[in-house]
Design a protein around this ligand. Structure first.
Ligand code: FEO
Length: 169
């Protein structure tokens, strides 16, 4: 099986978005570690691992279908945050962009009659639904918490429990 040049280029661009996402989430983890909010930091460390996994899935797939990956520079992520809610709002906006980008890839796979890539991308669009829902839930909780620091620490404890499971992906 051979992938078209157009499909290959678009998937490589997506792979770069995933690497950017991993870096973005590392900067967020660092923001929380600075304030000893280990649970929030853990949430973003796991998120960064997931993004690396997404990139690796695309890397493997591209080679499985006869492609080749040239890694280029990754833009600097956002490094300045004004509040916890701000971090999650940036996350949600970013994930919405990724969802749009995966949707564009799915459209392209149909235009190219590339049914293997179309099937490959289904996992990613399902993942986007989960990621957006998860971040949305946390934003709602943060809004309810307001400036109640005990409630904030409870959420911090909850987020500390998130684990990365590469087998379930
Ligand atoms: Fe790989 Fe968060 O999308």
């Amino acid at each position: 099986m051979t992938i078209s040049q157009k499909m290959q280029d678009a998937l490589i661009e997506q792979l770069h978005h995933e690497l950017y996402s991993a870096n973005q989430y590392l900067t967020m983890a660092s923001y929380f570690l600075k304030d000893d909010l280990d649970g929030f930091a853990n949430f973003f460390l796991v998120q960064a691992q997931e993004e690396n996994l997404h990139a690796m899935k695309q890397f493997k797939y591209l080679h499985d279908v006869g492609g080749h990956v040239k890694i280029q520079s990754i833009p600097e992520p956002i490094n300045h945050f004004t509040s916890i809610t701000h971090v999650f709002e940036i996350t949600l906006a970013h994930e919405k962009k990724v969802t749009q980008s995966i949707s564009n890839l799915i459209k392209l796979s149909l235009q190219e009659n590339d049914f293997a890539t179309h099937t490959f991308l289904q996992w990613f669009i399902t993942e986007q639904v989960e990621e957006e829902a998860l971040v949305n839930t946390i934003i709602k909780k943060l809004k309810m918490i307001g400036d109640n620091s005990s409630a904030l620490y409870l959420l911090n404890d909850e987020l500390a429990k998130r684990t990365f499971d590469s087998q379930s992906e």
